[in-house]
Design a protein around this ligand. Sequence first.
Ligand code: HEM
Length: 419
Amino acid sequence: MIVISSRRLVKEIMDKKNSISGFRPPAYAVNNLIYKGDFLLLMNPDDAKFRRERKLIHQFYMDSVCEKRHLPYIIAESAQLMVDILNDSDRWSDHSTRYTNSLIMSTIYGFRTPSTDTVHLHRVLDIAHDLSRVIMPGKLPPVDIFPFLNYLPERLFDNWRSKCRNVAKKSDKLYAEFLDHVIERREKLGSKDTFADKVLEQKGDDAFTRHEVMYLLSTVLDAGTDTTSGAFNTLVQMLTQNQHILKDAQEEMDQVVELVVDNYALPKGSSIIVNISGLHHDEKKFPNALEFDPKNYEGKDGLATAYSNAANYEDRDHYGYGFGRRLCPGIHFAERSLFITFSKLIWGFDIAPAKDDQGRPVPINTDWATGYSGGAILHPDHFQTCIKVRSEKKREILLRDFEEAKKLFSTLDAPPREN
Ligand code: HEM
């Protein structure tokens, strides 16, 4: 096992030698028992299916498509997010989950998640929760390292096989229902130019099996949901704790936005772990690395896409979207989504620490070792914050934006009913 904590080595190994470093170690339980070989994140770059899937994702979520097709949905969904926060600020985090789920669902399947009560949202979250409980470190026997464990009765290891199969059953049911909704719609109305339509339109050698389609779509759904809401929730936490940064950002926004709202040998087969946290806390690069300080990125005015493949490793901004062969194919989409929601939030709202009975700010645990948890993606643990609209005029603009967004929402399907 090799751990990399240097920008230069990330460039040399993960980017330049990506035909070697983009492989994945085996993960029998998840890959075979749950996803039956159809989980993109565990596929290897020499697998033709990996290349076909990444190509389709890239084609549908690349820069120009985001700009033309997806941006109106990002703007419309973020308008609802702002109004949801306006009306129900205590549940801002639930609303950010609804936002990310609805946005990606509408691009994949052509129906949205209008409220935090929408049934399919809870079914998606429930499966993600079951999955993270099954794969939590220590829960599965290390069959990838000691294959003989596979031959021992599963009851010795907390019935791990049955647990994986149960997750697969629940997940198969949900993603089959989503897919059938699209297939039925295509029979009646033809293509709605969603990601599912594009995948179903693949012909001949490029055609996917039903199971492959279900899990290509669900991978994009999962990869695009928790990641984006995790970033949003962490921003709210950092702004709650760093009032001076919020004020500076609001001042900047008010000036601009009142007009428009809108040399190592790597043994073959080694597992390489890029120490992203270490890279982001490198004191040579960021002397105040433990502070939330956007000034560390001063002058980097482009989206992360602009720096993700920088020839000089020192020019890269951050590694949040990965690197090389496995660079996040949703980067163009996610960047627009985060830029728009972050800007609207800062422009429209004051975000301040909640106060206790004696008027003292309620402390927030931002220790990265103890204050964050989750499955594959870490989110801040629950914290108290107080979010209030900055002025009546801003409230009016946010409500007006939402009325405009409803026109676009009416072109999408109603969420399918559970079978
Ligand atoms: C803030 C938001 C996001 C962040 C920080 C993020 C980050 C990442 C990272 C670090 C990886 C590489 C994981 C690995 O090496 O195993 C990745 C992979 C991936 N991301 Fe994203 N992502 C985000 C949003 C999205 C969105 C919106 C989509 C879809 C539109 C998406 C689709 C994917 C897919 C399909 C993969 C798997 C690629 C592969 O295995 O080769 N992501 N993402």
